[in-house]
Design a binder for this molecule. Structure first.
Ligand code: SF4
Ligand code: SF4
Length: 93
C-alpha cells in the first residue's frame, strides 16, 4: 500500500533543543517583507504570522531542509543546525 508524506514524516524522531537554532529579526520582517515567504515554504510549518503581527517560530518541528533560508529575501533569518545530536532524526524504512 502506498505511504503518503505525512505518514513518512511521522516516523521521524526529534530530540528537542530548548534553545532555538532559528532567530528572526522582527524589525526586518515588519518593514521589508510583505509576502512573509517563510510562512508558505516551510514544509513543517515552523513559521506562523501571529495576531500580534510578528512571525512566530516553533523550531522543534524543523526538518533542517534549508528552504526558509533561501526563501527569505531580506536576510531576516539566522539559521544554524541544532547542536550535535539534537534536532530531527530521519528514519528510513
Ligand atoms: S520571509 Fe524572512 S523577512 Fe519575510 S517574514 Fe519570513 S523571516 Fe521575515
Ligand atoms: S529548514 Fe526547512 S523545515 Fe526547518 S524551518 Fe526552514 S523551511 Fe522549515
Amino acid at each position: 500500500m502506498p505511504v503518503n508524506i505525512k505518514t513518512k514524516l511521522g516516523v521521524n524522531a526529534y530530540k528537542i533543543d530548548p534553545e532555538s537554532h532559528i532567530a528572526i529579526n522582527h524589525d526586518v520582517c515588519k518593514t521589508k517583507c510583505t509576502v512573509k515567504f517563510c510562512t508558505f515554504v516551510c514544509p513543517a510549518r515552523v513559521y506562523t504570522l501571529g495576531d500580534d503581527g510578528l512571525i512566530h517560530v516553533e523550531h522543534d518541528g524543523c526538518l533542517e531542509c534549508g528552504t526558509c533560508v533561501i526563501a527569505c529575501r531580506s536576510d531576516a533569518l539566522t539559521w544554524k543546525y541544532p547542536k550535535a545530536g539534537q534536532g530531527v532524526q530521519y528514519r528510513f524504512g
